[in-house]
Design a binder for this molecule. Structure first.
Ligand SMILES: Nc1nc2c(ncn2[C@@H]2O[C@H](COP(=O)(O)OP(=O)(O)O)[C@@H](O)[C@H]2O)c(=O)[nH]1
Ligand SMILES: [Mg+2]
Length: 449
């Protein structure tokens, strides 16, 4: 990245503040410093100096810190100027720096340079923004941990397993005259199993991390009139949806964005699922099904007076099996049951009343814990949809590799699938490690003998 232009931007929020920070990064920093503060400040030391206009008059004074490449945030020469945090003063300072031939930084450009200069990988760079954007203490802690490399480390461990496996498979292909038939060797399958398990673990944690960061979308489904819209209103804290005793009231998909202790939750109310000839309701049900398939979690609402009827059972059976679901038994004010939460084979079951406002707290707590809200948030990290996608593709490729190996003993195809899986994992951290694989092969196998 040396030779890239020098950029500057206000690093603190615009507006009034005790201090405002302008950051400059790039090859011309030393020159800018001489012009702006009349000297080259010692690296990493805070120097209290006047900021100079072109004619030598003072425009402000404050602390100046110079960082010398590569020991800076961006990995380039960096100058940080801490002036008085008023919009006019900051503007004057920035203008003066730009007049020295510096360009205004694009959003995220400092971090982008940090990534390009190898100061952090892509997942870490993304976590920087997640940390700044975080809406809850949990999310902030998790983002920090991603920024410090917790997630990247897990990905790196997966990559190591994967590369190890590839060495095995590729060696078998490169040296078919070797006496041992690597591909028939059980260790390959053992390694495959371990890799699959590790991949699942990381996927699970990343999923959690993504919920914490991006929030969880929860769709409320159930037979007509069980109280879905009432529950949505209760969670939202206002009358978002129309509630009547007429079955089929809700036809459109309704969304409410709420926060549970800072964790974003997208609650989606849908038309009741039933057979109907009403054209509008039919369309509503079609849309409800579409929402269900996209949801992170399904709340199946059941009228506690009716219980698990054949219709409810049918509805439960019709839900996608790969999305977690909870059974919420509503209207306990009518059935006379008391509020309760319990784990059963069917998942979590909660008894409450949306109308009487009983047991809603149990549901809120449950949803929070599904999103990774824990008092002790150690081990959490944030992840993004992109990461989950890449992990999913890597998993698919690994499964494909296993299949062609087991069913056809096709080492070449398996090697290709494994290489693909490696690419997907590399996408997460953004590092394209070309084929350093050969180096690995030679160092871990005694080929020459
Ligand atoms: N007694 C009682 N009635 C409820 C409760 N929840 C909803 N209802 C009533 O059930 C009817 C249908 O509610 P609604 O929220 O529109 O159900 P939806 O069709 O599933 O959206 C309305 O008359 C609500 O007032 C509850 O917890 N207890
Ligand atoms: Mg409704």
């Amino acid at each position: 990245m040396s030779g890239s232009d020098t950029i500057a931007a206000l690093a603190t929020a615009p507006g009034r503040g005790g201090i405002g920070v302008v950051r400059v990064s790039g090859a011309r920093v030393a020159e800018i410093a001489r012009e702006l503060v009349g000297q080259l400040p010692s690296p990493r030391l805070a120097s209290y100096l006047p900021f100079l206009e072109a004619d030598g008059s003072h425009l402000d004074q404050g602390l100046v810190i110079r960082f010398v490449a590569p020991h800076s945030y961006t990995g380039e020469d960096v100058l940080e100027l801490q002036g008085h945090g008023g919009p006019v003063v900051m503007d004057m300072l920035l203008k003066r720096i730009l007049a020295l031939g510096v360009r205004v930084a694009r959003p995220g450009e400092f971090t982008e340079r940090a990534f390009l200069n190898g100061k952090m990988d892509l997942a870490q760079a993304e976590a920087v923004s997640d940390l700044i954007e975080s809406g809850s203490e949990q999310a902030a802690r998790a983002a920090l941990s991603s920024m410090q490399g917790a997630f990247s480390l897990l990905v790196k461990e997966l990559l190591e397993r994967l590369i190890h496996l590839r060495i095995y498979v590729e060696a078998a292909l490169d040296f078919p005259e070797e006496e041992i038939d690597f591909l028939a060797d059980e260790t390959i399958y053992q390694q495959l199993d371990e890799l699959k398990k590790a991949l699942l673990d990381v996927q699970r944690s990343a999923r959690q991390g993504q919920l914490l960061k991006e929030g969880m979308s929860v769709v409320i489904v159930g037979r007509p009139n069980v109280g879905k819209s009432s529950l949505l209103n209760r969670l939202a804290g206002h009358d978002a949806a129309i509630v009547t005793e007429i079955a089929g009231t809700t036809r459109d998909v309704l969304r409410e964005q709420i926060h549970l202790d800072g964790l974003p939750l997208h609650v989606i109310d849908t038309a009741g699922l039933r057979e109907t000839d009403d054209l509008v309701e039919k369309e509503g049900i079609r849309r409800a099904r579409a929402e269900i398939n996209k949801a992170d979690r399904i709340l199946v609402l059941i009228d506690d007076e009716v219980g698990l009827s054949a219709e409810v059972q049918q509805l439960l059976d019709s839900l996608p099996s790969d999305i977690p679901r909870d059974r919420i038994h509503n209207k306990i004010d009518l059935s006379g049951r008391s509020t309760e939460i319990k784990q059963s084979e069917a998942g979590t079951e909660i008894w409450l009343s949306a109308k009487a406002d009983v047991g809603i707290e149990l549901l809120r707590e449950h949803l929070k814990s599904c999103m990774g809200y824990r008092q002790n948030s150690e081990g959490n990290f944030t992840a993004r949809r992109r990461h989950l996608h890449a992990l999913g593709l890597a998993q698919k490729s690994v499964l494909a590799a296993e299949q062609v190996l087991r069913e056809r003993g096709a080492g070449e195809l398996a090697a290709e699938d494994l290489l693909l899986a490696q690419r997907y994992l590399n996408e997460i951290t953004g590092e394209f490690s070309s084929d350093d694989l050969l180096g690995c092969i030679f160092s871990s196998f005694c080929i020459g003998k």
